[in-house]
Design a protein around this ligand. Structure first.
Ligand SMILES: Nc1ncnc2c1ncn2[C@@H]1O[C@H](COP(=O)(O)OP(=O)(O)OP(=O)(O)O)[C@@H](O)[C@H]1O
Length: 240
């Protein structure tokens, strides 16, 4: 399987706080990896090192075979942050146009591309509304639409479905599975444990390490429990 992300022995501290001690992680084409861990475990830090926003203190992060940070690669990744970085005084369409330009997506066919990503997140009707009037869920959906622009090979999503209602959440997961079938690589963090059942592989980040990394069903068998939520709780218990 072609590797898209490969973190090798990555360490990262903030002052005296050792957030990542020795993290190994990989993601291949056609795969959805769910990154799980308690609040503060370092999930966003893993994402930031992967994106090249933060530099690892030790170890190496490779994305598309290149050592990160590497600014030119940003255009090949779709990224959705935990907090929405949107221009409230612009319409949804203007936001999409702005980010498309920033990612170097060609103007040709851009209108169709904007309609496509807006449909995926059911925002088609709200495209010409100003973002300041959007609900939290609508903002999440717009952020996801921005990440989908240009159909990037690598998609990195930090808590993508927070504030999104169940029907749309299903629709979004169906889209992620479609993208996976088409060969995209998707790294997703989530607090919603039933979503963790929908990924190909769960990486459990605790105590600065990836302490488990396998298909959801295999992890459940390994821990002898019926759900990923129970795996999570048992792993936390064992670590404390
Ligand atoms: N730039 C930074 N400067 C200082 N400390 C930081 C910085 N970024 C993260 N941290 C600290 O590193 C730890 C891990 O943060 P991180 O956001 O990666 O965790 P997380 O697993 O994503 O948490 P959550 O699930 O709550 O979003 C936290 O204690 C956080 O305060």
């Amino acid at each position: 399987m072609e590797k898209i992300i490969s973190l090798e022995k990555v360490a990262k501290s903030f002052g005296k706080l050792k957030v990542l001690k020795d993290v190994d992680l990989s993601l291949g084409r056609g795969e959805i990896l769910g990154l799980l861990g308690p609040s503060g475990a370092g999930k966003s830090t893993v994402i930031n090192v992967t994106l090249g926003v933060e530099k690892a203190d030790a170890g190496t992060a490779y994305v598309f075979g290149e050592v990160m940070p590497q600014r030119q690669l940003l255009g090949k990744m779709g990224y959705m942050a935990q907090s929405d970085a949107l221009y409230e005084s612009l319409t949804a369409r203007a936001n999409l146009k702005f980010f498309a330009e920033m990612h170097g997506i060609s103007k040709e066919g851009l209108d169709e591309e904007i309609n496509r990503v807006a449909e995926v997140v059911s925002l088609g009707k709200a495209l010409d509304q100003y973002v300041f009037g959007f609900s939290g869920g609508m903002k999440r959906r717009l952020s996801l639409a921005i990440a989908l622009l240009g159909n990037p090979l690598l998609l990195v999503l930090d808590e993508p479905t927070v504030g999104i209602d169940p029907a749309l959440r299903r629709q979004i997961w169906a889209e992620l599975h479609k993208m996976k079938e088409e060969g995209h690589a998707i790294l997703v963090t989530t607090h919603v444990m039933d979503e963790a059942e929908l990924v190909d592989r769960v990486a459990l980040l605790m105590g600065g390490h990836v302490i488990a990394n396998d298909a959801p069903k295999k992890l459940e068998a390994q821990y002898g429990v019926p759900s990923i939520e129970d795996v999570f709780l048992k792993a936390e218990e064992e670590l404390s």
